[in-house]
Design a binder for this molecule. Sequence first.
Ligand code: SF4
Length: 142
Amino acid sequence: MKPDTDQLLAYIERTVERTLTACTGCGKCFDVCPMTRYSDLLPGRPGGEVVAGVLDILRGKAGTPAAVEWTRLCTQSALCIPVCPEKIDPMLMLRLSRITALGSTGAQPLLPNPRRDPEFFRRINAFAKLQLSEAELDEWQR
Ligand code: SF4
C-alpha cells in the first residue's frame, strides 16, 4: 500500500498527542541513553528537565538547548523503550522531536536540515525515515 502523506501526518499528530498526555517527565529514558556522554551539554542534567524540553519541541516550541542536543544526538539505541513506565516509545518521541526540530511539521526549525528542503518529511521517504514497527504500521493504516 502506498503511504499517504495526510495519513502519515495524522499518525504523527496522534502519536505526539498521546506522548504529551502520557509522559510524566520521570526522565528514565534520558538516564539510560548511551549518547548523552558524547555531549558537553547533557551529562549531569536532570532527565526530567531535558524531557520537558523535548515535549516543548513536540508542541512546536523552542524547547531547550539540552533538549535540542539530545534530539540531535539520538542514534536509536532503543535502550529507552523498555524503561518507560508509561509504555511510551521514547525513541519514537525523539524521532518525532527530530522531525519537528527540522521544521518539517511547520514549526520553526531548531536544527539545520541537511537537505534544505522544508517539504522533506512531507515526501514519501518520510515513511522510511520513521522506520515504523509492525505495530505502528498497523495503527497508521487504521
Ligand atoms: S521514560 Fe517515559 S514517562 Fe519517563 S520521561 Fe521518558 S517518555 Fe516520559
